[in-house]
Ligand binder design. Sequence first.
Ligand code: HEM
Length: 404
Amino acid sequence: MTYETDQPDALPVRDWTSDWDWLDPQWGSNAIDIWNEVREKCPVAFTERYGRAYMPVTMEGVAQVARDTENYSSEWVSVARPDAPRSPAPPITSDPPDHTEHRRLLLPSFSPQKIAPMEEEMREFCRGLIANLGDRESADAAVDYAQHIPVHGICQLLGVPEDDADLFRDWIFRNFQLAPKDNEVRLQVQKEMDAYIAKLLEIRATEPEEDLLTLVTNAEINGEPAPWNIKLGYVKLMIIAGIDTTWSAIGSGLWHFGRHPEQRAMLAAADKDQMIWHTAVEEVLRYYAPVTMARKVLSDTEVAGCPVHAGEQMLVTFPAANHDPEAFENADEFQIDRARNRHVAFGLGIHRCLGSNLARLELTVALQEWIWALPDYELDTTRETEWANGQVRGPRVLPVRLNR
Ligand code: HEM
């Protein structure tokens, strides 16, 4: 496939059904409206950008792609230039049958038995962040709060140093916001991450600890030591998948409740195990699902009646499926007590999120500690909330008034 570098990548989107671009500045704050508008016209949008790529916006279309590992490969998990250098980060970038072994290796580290004991320490960490606000009257709930919580969680589990948080966030920013259109950036991020992770794995080889880095250092696949680039890939995935995903969900929840005092009051009055907290967290995940994935089309086939061809790219727009009125009653309403909520924020099929127990714990604890401590906070509408666009969507600047 040819890819014209003078294609209008930098130009604003003309029409979201035939020219979509997940890095367009409108995507970050308006994606939900965009998907809803596209769905009114057709189930699958198209773009010539990035070569050729499709965007299904219905639950039916998204589920069809996510479940079909014959016609779609996870070798490409983001829509980027078709000549983008891709490196393995299993299990997310692997297809059957290899996928099974990679997933089996990592799965026990994310089980409820491993994650649940992290709760108390996570609460203390969140309370510490709130205490650090001192007697300030305003804050940036993304920068001062949300962004730190998943870094803390993943550092505990993986064994990477929390002092390097800025480095991780910089890689994530460049990887998601710049690399899809710039191969040099992608290569540079891969190089920096590989060098960083290699050092840590070498240390664990002689000084093992009770962490995921040590598990990866000793990893075997089908009885053989895992190849070096696969080991690097496991750790790259944990850093990339474990941070801005949950950071975005926490930020979106705080953005939402900062605009809805009546819902905030219900939560502030509820104990941690009350059902309202459970339904509220699931509704945040449904309504503001942060993660959109992608696949490489392997053979000529069709999605929701739309023909697609081998070598093209396909978004797996889980967040759009969560707003499909065919799948959810009053899909455009945020219902804090929604009882039936079979959302796909964590994906579906064989690649369903490995970190969902950790993500749910972090999201619940982060919202609870904030809302209990600052029940009257509200969005500062005199300053702008800034949303990340692209693969992981959520607030990156979130001005709030604390009103205490
Ligand atoms: C709210 C936060 C999160 C959301 C919305 C989310 C969403 C997703 C989605 C949609 C997938 C499916 C990928 C696909 O179909 O291609 C996925 C996979 C994955 N996620 Fe998450 N994720 C979150 C947090 C985390 C965390 C904290 C971790 C921890 C490291 C994590 C690790 C993974 C891994 C390893 C996979 C690949 C699983 C496989 O391929 O078998 N995620 N996630």
